[in-house]
Design a protein around this ligand. Structure first.
Ligand SMILES: [Zn+2]
Ligand SMILES: [Zn+2]
Length: 347
């Protein structure tokens, strides 16, 4: 009998036996290698849902994951036992959004690990073979997991279209913020001014290439003499994230919002945004970015491992949720290792 982490309702995560369903045609069974605990999973845990995606019955989270093939996959030239990543976003492929190159905006999307579709915090999972992504076989399970959040970061930077040596304010130095920071470095922006209320996250931002890291947006205002920055990328979970992004932006600047605010609502001062004439974009998941995510990791241009702070077994899953919900110091990205935890080591 395999097991899974279930979220029953806000604040209630449990490990329980999981009945693996039958596979459908076109699906492949994976032994789950590692699963990331994402900010969105944490929203399901803290709030019992995100907007209209509400947990109606116990639900298995986990959309960032890697696994080992339990059978050969000739279409990808992969043998049983190969490590693979999975793109959780199964778009319909035929609606006008899909056809115009925006599968992340597909209204018919089936997203593995968003209610009501169970995710990967379990030992084995059936996934559509078409969603399986081959990765270099020297990748670790954590490298392969981190391709999904790295994809979110690449998509955000694509939307931001930074100019060469442009100065950027980065609000929020959680896993997504720290990946955005590294992608910004890779594309060649100038000074990056970061802020985050947690000191260990600021330290890591500085280590990964931020020029300065402050506690709040007030520091960015001070460092720029009240002028603000031409480009602001927001990756917080705070309802004030949108407001702070506006305050960090210079007149005529651009703001890209990536974070999901606690409670699913923003607080924004209309006049401050209007008077600055800002261009504001919302970043939603990602497009077709896996090939670049893989290349960034393979070339060593992004250090995904640097962002992983904690590793848990499946049975420690609820504990991981609890610790993140309490914002315990030192936490950045946690990964859960559902299988081969004891006999194969953590990587
Ligand atoms: Zn995620
Ligand atoms: Zn579609």
């Amino acid at each position: 009998m395999s097991h899974a982490v279930f979220i029953h309702a806000a604040g209630d995560a449990r490990v329980a036996p999981f009945n693996l369903r039958e596979g459908a045609p076109g699906e492949t069974l994976l032994d789950v290698a590692a699963v990331g605990l994402c900010g969105s999973d944490l929203h399901y845990y803290k709030d019992g849902g995100i907007g209209s995606a509400v947990i109606a019955q116990p639900f298995v989270p986990g959309h960032e994951f890697s696994g080992w093939l339990t059978e050969d996959l000739p279409a990808l030239g992969l043998a049983r036992g190969s490590l693979v990543a999975v793109d959780p976003n199964q778009a319909c492929g035929v609606c006008e959004h899909c056809r115009s190159g925006h599968p992340n905006l597909c209204p018919q999307v089936v997203f593995i690990g968003a209610p009501p579709h169970d995710g990967a915090m379990t030992e084995r999972i059936w996934v559509p073979s078409s969603q399986i992504v081959a990765v270099p076989q020297h990748f670790s399970p954590s490298d392969a997991v981190m391709l999904e959040p790295l994809g979110v970061a690449i998509h955000a930077v694509d939307l931001a279209k930074p100019r060469l040596l442009e100065r950027v304010a980065l609000l929020g130095c959680g896993p997504i913020g720290l990946l955005i920071l590294q992608v910004l470095k890779a594309v060649g922006v100038g000074e990056i001014l970061a802020c985050d209320p947690q000191p260990h996250r600021r330290d890591l931002a500085l280590k990964l290439g931020a020029s300065k890291a402050g506690e709040s947006v007030a520091d960015i205002a001070e460092w720029t003499g009240g002028e603000g920055m031409p480009l602001v990328i927001e990756a917080t979970n705070a309802p004030e994230g949108f407001r702070d992004a506006i305050r960090a932006a210079r007149i005529g600047g651009r703001v890209v919002l990536v974070g999901i605010p606690d409670g699913d609502s923003y607080v924004i001062p209309a006049a401050e945004a209007r008077r600055r004439g800002l261009t504001i974009k919302f970043s939603r998941r990602m497009g077709h970015v896996y090939p670049r995510a893989i290349e960034l990791v393979a070339l060593g241009k992004v250090d995904v491992e640097a962002v992983v702070s904690h590793r848990f077994s499946l049975k420690e899953g609820p504990e991981a949720f609890r610790r993140h919900a309490n914002n315990e110091p030192g936490l950045i990205k946690s990964l859960i290792y559902p299988s081969r935890f004891d006999d194969e080591g953590l990587n």
